[in-house]
Design a protein around this ligand. Structure first.
Ligand code: HEC
Length: 147
């Protein structure tokens, strides 16, 4: 196996783990508030879990997808250089026009291998199980083409 394959496997494992972690943090909301001294820090992760699909999905893209796809979806994440084929530039207007939302949903949910694209593109079972988040992820990918 190539080092790129190992890297992707590792990354995928991380993606699954973090998907598990940022799912729900109910304990965080019940625990530390009583003293009244911690009121300044209740925001980021706890609210991300209960936030709108858009906010959650931005968080997921930044942590799970940007390593390959780049923070703006330009296909220039740090891992991209070691990939063949490389992830495309989402700002490519011709591609945005040619692809369908269903095709985007399929590759994001099931991964590249399931749709005859690169197996380096990992599936996201948590998004597959969450239609609102999956749709929001497609919207996010589309938004990278709108500039
Ligand atoms: C380990 C690197 C890697 C990660 C992480 C990754 N991708 Fe990809 N992705 C790829 C590669 C490589 C391709 C190109 C597949 C091809 O063209 O055969 C791709 C293709 C895609 C495509 C299809 C583009 C097209 O050509 O139609 C979409 C959409 C996509 N990725 C979204 C995502 C999203 C959303 C995430 C995070 C949930 C993600 N990817 C995470 C590597 C990655």
């Amino acid at each position: 196996m190539t080092s790129a394959t190992r890297l992707a496997a590792l990354l995928f494992a991380c993606a699954l783990a973090s998907g598990g972690c940022d799912r729900k943090d109910d304990t965080a909301t019940t625990a530390p508030v009583a003293t009244g001294t911690t009121t300044a820090t209740p925001a980021p992760t706890a609210s991300a879990a209960s936030a709108s699909p858009d906010a959650r999905v931005q968080q997921i893209f930044a942590t799970r997808c940007a390593g390959c796809h780049g923070p703006k979806g330009k296909g220039d994440g740090p891992i991209a250089a070691s990939l063949t084929p490389r992830p495309r530039d989402y700002s490519d207007a011709a591609w945005q026009k040619a692809t369908t939302d269903d095709a985007l949903k399929a590759v994001i949910a099931q991964g590249g291998a399931a749709v005859k694209k690169s197996p380096m593109m990992p599936p996201s079972p948590d998004l597959a199980a969450d239609p609102a988040a999956l749709a929001a992820m497609v919207t996010l990918v589309r938004s990278f083409g709108a500039r």
